[in-house]
Ligand binder design. Sequence first.
Ligand code: MRU
Length: 362
Amino acid sequence: MNESGCAVAPLIWHGDAENGWLEMLDQTQLPTKQVAIECRTAGDVFEGIRMLRVRGAPAIGVAGAYGLILAAQQIHSNSSRAFLGELTRQADWLNSSRPTAVNLSWGLGRLIRLAEKMPDSLSLTDRRSLLLEDAKAIAREDKAMCTAMAQHGLDLIPPGAGILTHCNTGVLATAGEGTALAVIYAAHRAGKNIRVYADETRPLLQGSRLTAWELKKAGVPVTLICDNMAAMVMRQGKIQAVLVGADRIAANGDTANKIGTYTVAVLARHHGIPFHVVAPTSSFDLGIESGTQIPIEERAAQEVICGYGKPTAPEDVDVYNPAFDVTPGDLITSIITENGIIRPVTKEIIEKTLGESWKPGL
Ligand code: MRU
């Protein structure tokens, strides 16, 4: 059980590196069914990520790392060069399952760098075991980062605040209590008497299916709103802070997050409400200068015109369905990381706050 009170984990590894497997909570079934799937191959993990059975940037990073362990189980070459070559090919393939969240590339890149350092003399069994230990460390460290972000973010939440959030950034999206939602859980436990306004988050409804579900389970006061109600609740004075997560943050602070986040940032600026991004260092991509270089995933039209099996538009209508948008850094009041708070959001303060802890991905 997480401290949040939400007794659920998106990913659980079972067994050893040779024969182990990954249990993945199928988030597409929430909130009506709490069922898990068994991932026995890297292909199962690829499918789980692509279909959003597991989703949320940090959780995708952990899933990708475990997916690579399943890939390593199928590599039988004794030559370290052949092992590394095939592992790298599999990592590149897993990384192509979803393009925007940089955590996936970050987790896979970390395991590949570990494999590169392994001596030729190492047995196949030892290679796989070392990789599994590191995949587990990625999950453990993610959990610790959630805790640290929550501590840093707590002071930014005024007592009695209404907090608007978008998409799902909680227990379901990470290996810990979340990014933005970890701050919210901490504020709730600290007795700050907060209320969360959860955007529904069209088209895949992560806000209503997942955020409202996990906050209710944890006993945090939550009010669900449709995305197009955000301006109204801000105008009515119900919102004192916006907290969101991130899928990829460029060197200048431009931040990709779930589609609709940019709209919320513009609204927050108009209403004079602080807009905070909560993200671990694994969500930064200092290899790119600005948000224009962030690859934005486009998803199937069906998600917009026939969400969860219910037709809601003419079948043959043209649809544009980007899964993420980019909020310019100058609309962001602060970025809360496990290393501390970046404020104002500038390239220099980002570099200083991340320091040596930032590592590139694949
Ligand atoms: O498409 P999703 O559900 O993977 O999108 C998730 C988000 O956009 C989250 O806000 C982001 O990953 C930050 S999560 C801690």
